[in-house]
Design a protein around this ligand. Sequence first.
Ligand code: AKG
Length: 252
Amino acid sequence: MASKQYNADPHVFLDSGSTTFLVDSNLAPHMTLRFRTSLGIAEFVHQFGFWIFDIADISKQFPELAADIKIPEFFEKHQFFSSVFRISSPGLQLWTHYDVMDNLLIQVTGRKRVVLYSPRDAQFLYLSGDKSEVLDVDNPDLAKYPLFSQARRYECTLEAGDVLFIPALWFHNTVAEEFGVGVNVFWKHLPSECYDKTDTYGNKDPTAASRAVQILDRALKTLDELPEEYRDFYARKMVLRIQSKSYSSNFE
Ligand SMILES: O=C(O)CCC(=O)C(=O)O
């Protein structure tokens, strides 16, 4: 049966023949999140009562589990965004990325290693969108990613019952050290209107940041109209202006 890739999210692949359902990452084989069922999409939704693109909420999708978890009261009810149920097989690794919302990572069973990097170290992480290109943070290819050695690594291991607060914009990656179940709870700590209304996963940049990036892309295209020497000079001036106007000394 021919397989078709739908573009709803880079990590979600569905089979057009509607007999196979895959949630996958093609970033690197050892980072593949894979879920396969012989149910068709309509049947899957019917049986499980939710559709993968719905905003995750364990109280609706896994009420028995939700009843067992007392989420610490770090935020007001109206700020709740999602609670994501995570099952990890041993060795499953999630690449280094940031989320735009604060979240709690609750380890229900099993053990998971979490490595974090500060948003201030973004310049050492070789970002592509919200992810770091450095996939193997334990044995990084320093010939390819020389600045990575300057990123300060924070590490912890979550055991059953542990809860980790991951602040928005903090980079993190996880490795399941044994089979485990966890729940992520995301909430909006900025005013609602700052967030992209089409965001299902809590990882789309705030709308003002996305607009700024689009404007920057247009500016870069405009710089391309100049000869190399001038482009270089004006690009450096722009970097200095961004640094002096937008960097904050509060986070040094
Ligand atoms: O539980 C995991 O393995 C991933 C958690 C995560 O990516 C997150 O907290 O945003």
